[in-house]
Design a protein around this ligand. Sequence first.
Ligand code: FMN
Length: 208
Amino acid sequence: MSRILLINGSPHSNGCTATALAEMIKVFDAEGIETQLFNIGNRNIRGCVACGNCRKAGKCIFDDAVNEAAELFRESDGLVIGSPVYYGSPNGTLLSFLDRLFYSTPFSKHFKVGAAIVSCRRGGNTASFDVLNKYFTISSMPVASSTYWNQVHGFTAEDVKKDLEGLQTMRNLAKNMAFMIKAIGEAKEKYGLPKLERGSFTSFPDGK
Ligand SMILES: Cc1cc2nc3c(=O)[nH]c(=O)nc-3n(C[C@H](O)[C@H](O)[C@H](O)COP(=O)(O)O)c2cc1C
């Protein structure tokens, strides 16, 4: 059975972002895909200190929600990241979490399907959406899309329930994501994953 991990970056486990994620989960249930919802918004999560310890340990030196989620992410075929918009960006706790999750995990994310969703009251959704998608696109993760950018609007969960187009966007996103996960699962059996080059790591013109 395919599995999707959904991360809610908001401190409100029944708020706007949660309402949008719940709309997606209904579709995943109907598609026979297992889901796991992981709320991180109220956890005490610090940022990456670039110690490099994870290179040897295969996990983050700060043993918190990041390492818990890493195990779930490893077992998942897809990852949904949900964020409220704080000052035109994803919320800070979520960014600290994602920097450490993506940097510290040694397993391949190749062809795990990614989707970002964002919730704002008024503005900053598309800028936040762009930030979140960058975690996927540096990790060889195909990105699922929908019939609008993946956003809802509201200050409360009740507001989001009135955002009918936003909820429709979530359902369509989930349908597309479910299809991609199933299709990629079959394609992996048939063709195997593409073999990627890894040798070069250049920061300066002399390659050192
Ligand atoms: C610190 C903070 C900053 C916020 N900044 C913005 C913002 O830049 N633009 C906006 O439209 N809403 C902003 N909001 C409102 C939330 O993004 C919005 O209510 C969101 O839907 C809440 O989602 P949640 O219920 O999942 O936490 C902010 C809220 C907080 C607490």
